[in-house]
Ligand binder design. Sequence first.
Ligand SMILES: NC(=O)C1=CN([C@@H]2O[C@H](COP(=O)(O)OP(=O)(O)OC[C@H]3O[C@@H](n4cnc5c(N)ncnc54)[C@H](O)[C@@H]3O)[C@@H](O)[C@H]2O)C=CC1
Ligand SMILES: O=C(O)CCC(=O)C(=O)O
Length: 397
Amino acid sequence: MYAIKTYNVISNVGLAVFPKDQYVINGEQEPDALLIRSQNLHRGVLPVSLLAIGRAGAGVNNIPLDKASENGVVVFNAPGANANAVKELVIAILIMAARPILPAINWTKSLTNGDAADVTLQAEAGKNHYRGTELAGKTLGVIGLGAVGSKVADMAHQMGMNVIGYDPYISVEHAWQVQSDIPRADSLKEVLEASDYVTIHIPYNERNKNLIGAEELLMMKKGAVLLNYSRNGIVEETAVMAALNVGQLDQYWTDFASDALIKHDKVVVTPHLGGTTKEAEDNCAQMVATTLRKYLETGEIEHSVNYPDVRMPFNSPYRLTLLHQNVPNMVGRVATILADLNINIANMINASRGDFAYTLIDVDQMDDELYHKFEEKCLSIDEMIRVRGIRNAKFNG
Ligand SMILES: NC(=O)C1=CN([C@@H]2O[C@H](COP(=O)(O)OP(=O)(O)OC[C@H]3O[C@@H](n4cnc5c(N)ncnc54)[C@H](O)[C@@H]3O)[C@@H](O)[C@H]2O)C=CC1
Ligand SMILES: O=C(O)CCC(=O)C(=O)O
C-alpha cells in the first residue's frame, strides 16, 4: 500500500485517482507522498519515507526545493491547471479597478429612509460619484507570459486594451500561446513606463524577490494601477504603500493579505482566490494526483520542478529507479553493479536537470535478496541519492 498525506482542501476528483485497495490517504503509515496546496513546507522536516510531493497548483515557493532534491524527493506541480481561473479573476479585478463597482454597490445598499421611488431617485442622483473609466484603449503591461499571463494578455487584447508583454525567459510552448500582434517589451522599464495597468504573473523565487520596488514604481506612469496575483514577496510592500500615499500609484490590488496592506485605503486585497474555483481545484488535484500515482507505480516523472521529466514504457517485470547527482559515469558504475550481480538490462534511460539526474533500468529478473545487494552497492556510491525497486503490477500472479 502507498501512503498519501494531504494538507489543505484537496478536491475529491483528485483523491479519487488513488485506488482504495492500493492507497491509504491520511492513515497512520509514514507518507510516500504529500499532496498539498499552499501548505508551507519550509517550516517542517521532510519525512525520511517521502518519495514525492505533489503541489495542486502552479507556485512551488512553499516547498523547500533544494532540500527535496538533495533528499531524492521529486516535486510535481500542475502547470496551467488553474490558469483560466486566475485569468478570469484578474479580468474582473481590472474591470473593478476601472469602475468603482464595489463602493457603488455598498453605497446603494446604504440608501435608507425612503419609499421605493425615493431610493430610485437617490440612486440616480448619486451615481455620478461612481463614474468610472473604460479599459478599451488603455495600456496593460503583463509581466510574465506563462500559463496565466498569456491568457490574461489575450483576453485583455480581445477587450480592446493595448497589451504589452514582458517575459525574457518565456518557454517555446508559451511563446506560441501569446497572440503574435501583442508586442513584447525588451525590459521591465519599457513595460512599466508604457502601461496604465500592470499585472504580474511570475513565480516567486530569489531572482524575483522585490522585483517591483521603489525604483520600479517610479518608472510607472503617475496614477497607474498595479495588480499582484502572483505572490506578495515580488512587490515590496512598504514601497508600494509609499507610492500610493503620494499618488504615484492610484491603486494596488493583490491576492495576498498582510497586516499593513489590509489597512491601507488604496489597497484592495482578495484572500488568495486566484485558483479557487471548482474547476481549477478539480483540474489541479487531478493532474498532480495522476503524476504522483504514475511516479509511485512506474517511476516515470512528468511535470516535475526539480528532477528531469523521464518517460519509458514499463514492459518488464521489474524496474530500478535511481536518483543521483549529475556526475560523469554514474550509469557506467550502475551497469557494472548489475553485471557483477549477473542481471541483464532490458531497457534503460537516463536524464539530467541541473545538479541532479535520474536513471530508470528495467530488468527481467529480480528477487528481494538480489535487490538488496543491488541497493546496497548503489548506495555505497557517494553521489547516489535514492534507489527504489518497483514490481510491475501487470506481471503479478
Ligand atoms: N493567486 C493565485 O491563486 C495563483 C497564483 N499563481 C502565481 O502565479 C505564478 C505564475 O503562474 P503561471 O503563469 O501558471 O506560471 P508559468 O510558469 O506558466 O509562467 C510564469 C512565467 O513567468 C516568467 N518569468 C519568470 N520570471 C520573470 C521575470 N522576472 N520577468 C518576466 N517574466 C518572468 C517565466 O518565463 C514564465 O513564462 C505562479 O508561480 C504563482 O506564484 C498561480 C496560480 C494561482
Ligand atoms: O488555491 C491554491 O491552492 C493556490 C493557488 C496558487 O497560488 C498557485 O497555484 O500557485
